[in-house]
Ligand binder design. Sequence first.
Ligand code: FEO
Ligand code: CA
Ligand code: CA
Ligand code: CA
Length: 659
Amino acid sequence: MRDQQTRNIFRTSKLEEACGPGLNPTNSRTMGEIIAARFSRRGFLKGSMAVTAISATVSPIALLSATDAQASSASAFNFPEVTAGVDANHHVAEGYDADVLLRWGDKVFADAPDFDPANQSEAAQERQFGYNNDFVGFIPLDGADDRGLLVVNHEYTNEHLMFPGIVTIKDGEIEVSDADETRVNIEMAAHGGTIIEIRRVDGKWQPVLDGALNRRITAKTEMELRGPAAGHARLQTVADPSGRKVFGTINNCAGGVTPWGTYIMAEENIHGYFMGELPEGHAEAANYERLGIPESTYAWGRFHDRFDVAKDPNEANRFGWIVEVDVMDPASTPKKRTALGRFKHEGAESVVAKDGRVVFYLGDDERFDYVYKFVTAGKYNPEDRAANMDLLDKGTLYVARFHDDGRVEWMPLVHGEGPLTAANGFASQADVLIETRRAADLLEATPMDRPEDIQPNPVTGRAYVMLTNNTKREEANAANPRVDNAFGHIIEIIEADGDFTATTGTWEILVKCGDPKIAEVGATFSTETTVNGWFGMPDNAAVDADGRLWVSTDGNSMSDTGRTDGLWAVDTEGAARGTSRLFYRVPVGGELCGPCITEDMTTFFVAVQHPGDGGDDWEGHGRPSYYEDLSTRWPDFNDAMPVRPAVVAITRQGGGRIG
Ligand code: FEO
Ligand code: CA
Ligand code: CA
Ligand code: CA
């Protein structure tokens, strides 16, 4: 059992990686030795095999893709590719500007205090941009191209990068001192989301600090539980006997913007925020075990009883939902929409189907967990915003089975149907939703290699599933074709008749990721893909107004790939299908989130998350990175400022369409 201080070491970008072999009891494997090679490029080079041996393993694909192969004229993209690599700065394609728009600690309101990292407070943080920006959405105001609301999730906090004087290095590893109440409350205020008006002036975006709709949402903001599980006894707590009023949202990873202009925040790795032990024989024991609750990464439960499962055992049932925020009313109460199920929600990207119903694609980011979609019962009314505001309270949640013959089947999670009955412990639809994973287990959904963002393409009627990696997979299947899948893959779903509400369809693998030069990796990028163009660990995706796919990554590092994370343009059509090109890359230690391209395709907003979290394996640093000894001080490069996660606005020099 790790003590609190040791656990703090794990409070890094690897929260989602740190929870073992997966929690699906029907599929998780206890690993002994990992026999398969890890394909660490650096390890490979340092190993007994010399460079000549590497040449011998080069795949035919790689031989064709000579170092600086030119992208095919069949490509839908036309920009000069960025050189992959690792350094302290970010880099965008030549001819483009990447301007920092909002950094952790920046004012969200005109009267917010200036950022003072050495003397941060909860009150200041509640008025300032939060930490670890993830999802980014843009909601135009009054139909304008140059004025709108930027909505940004703040997924989690990295204390060793945020707070001075709390790290000691022991045996070459970072140890973080125990949090006091002040620190915990700052952490809670740095979570959640930001809604802020932005304007484009002379081609450059800037925040509007007196925007009437500006808002911070935190881990303490009052929210309402809605939908079939609202008010259920399993959602009632000591603090809230109604089972309908909950404070805060946590670990908001990706999200979405609905067709009616609300902001969706997905609650992902909620397990790390709970501590303590459930009372002996408690009815939620199996439910919590399936989600890894409690994991005790954060110390919030020491100062807030609701995060201690011994003191308020049902509180954890009030997290793991999809949250909807009405951004047009800064006093509105965000709604946790229980109809969309409870699991480790990566995001919720949506599309209006042919018949007017709205379909939300949902990934459950855990090794061997599932792909879902939700279809609203009601239809979207483009003429009447108010009529859409509770569409997410009624509809059908489906989970995917990917057959080896290339069919995908969407199976409804409806109480009373199939095995979802009282005999299996589901007394109502509320039970099905509270324990979505267990319901999906019984339906024999296909366990996947960590489903992240799923992006529908309204132009083609298809959807792209980012499967980030799964090094614990020992048995391959058609939809998860590699054991020890270190670099992930992307599945393309082709819904029947291009109808997003369809309950059947087909699927193909768009690309298996990784370095095509190493034959054993089995990457399948097109031969036009250059040494800069390949990537591993797809995480978020965007589809632009022309239907082109952009993919951002989480987890590339010097030792595995020789490159940082970034944003790649991926061809999906014609002869260029499977060609990838690097458009933007982040500073050392960072991850790229939230790619959001405006409807007019003139601005790409991207979120640089946890820059400086790492650098041990980069020759420019070569040791642990923390507040006093950072691998980068991006974006300020000011010794008085720590490294700061930030949202960046990418535009073409002189204006015009991106890519
Ligand atoms: Fe927070 Fe699944 O990435
Ligand atoms: Ca993610
Ligand atoms: Ca997306
Ligand atoms: Ca991720």
